[in-house]
Design a protein around this ligand. Sequence first.
Ligand SMILES: *Cc1c(COP(=O)(O)O)cnc(C)c1O
Length: 383
Amino acid sequence: MTASSRFKVPFFLHDLGQEEIDAVAAAIRHPVLTTGETVARLEAQLAEYLGCRHVLATTSCTGALHISLLALGIGPGDEVITTPMTFIATAAAILEAGATPVFVDVEPETGNLDVGCVAAAITERTRAILPVHLYGRLCDMVALRELARQRGLHLIEDAAHCLEGRSGEVRPASLGDTACFSFYATKNITCGEGGALAVNDDALHERLRLLRLHGMTKSGAERASRGYEHWDMVLMGWKYNMSNIEAALLLPQMGRIERNLARREALAQRYEVGLAGLDGVRLFAPPAPGTRHARHLFPILVEGRLPRDGWIAALHAEGVSVMVNYRPVHLTRYFSERFGFKPGSFPVAEWIGERVISLPLYPRMSDADVDLVVEALHRIARG
Ligand SMILES: *Cc1c(COP(=O)(O)O)cnc(C)c1O
């Protein structure tokens, strides 16, 4: 595989290979390309991996979040509490459902929703809390579930970074009404564009299944296998069903999830050792005892001599490709104009947003790649 890049260490390289090529070729030889038996196999494997009752594969995490809100009856006039330290999709899904996102600030040590601030943001209109397990670290789901129970709220997890994360026995979808995942191009397992949602409640699962495909009582694959049968539209749905081709691309990766996580964990620990005590570079808190970080991203916080964008330029000059996850959602032009947010609205999210840089982290990286990035950061810090 050629990485056509001016970078010595690209930000991300996928690890798809012959197994995936063979699986996609087999999917194309099969007469049913749309949502069918291959998608069902992927859903069963994801449900088994997560230890939950049902999984529905979707075209994106954004779509999964959107129909999760709709299935729980959330819409115009309702408020949903979420974090500004996330990708815009989290808040956009709330708008797509017709509801209003209400942001709450985050913890400086993790970037996750500050559970202590959530209660103060609850109003008569609040219907749900939508936490994001940022970078792969599970939020305090026990505290969030308890608060949701006390106040009669739904709990929807944006687990786009956190397929593998755990805190004790708690995993994505253990305590949320639904948990939503992304298989976007740079996520831990990927089919280019895709997603899934996990749900335990049978009735909610049935509503979500209908919402995923136009509220139709029969799917295309059912028509193909059994011959034409009349179908009905029983509710207003969307078009978020995954195809057998994407499912085929994802299935071989299910067998590598744990191995790939172990590799990312080793790379993350190598970064942590290499960067410990370096002036101008701060790390987020290490994973708490008894938890498992999904290590989707390896973010650092930079300060000192250079502003953050200066660090990025210097890393690029050293041949290291990096990203920013994230500049906070409330200060994007759309959200600030529509809702009147100003700098200072969520100071911790802004503090992270001004300092954070994501370093390369993916299983194909070598130890030497990490060392190259670490040495570059040491040179930049020395000036
Ligand atoms: C990638 C991502 C999403 C969106 O996922 P899509 O599958 O592209 O819709 C949502 N939330 C977070 C935190 C993400 O990183």
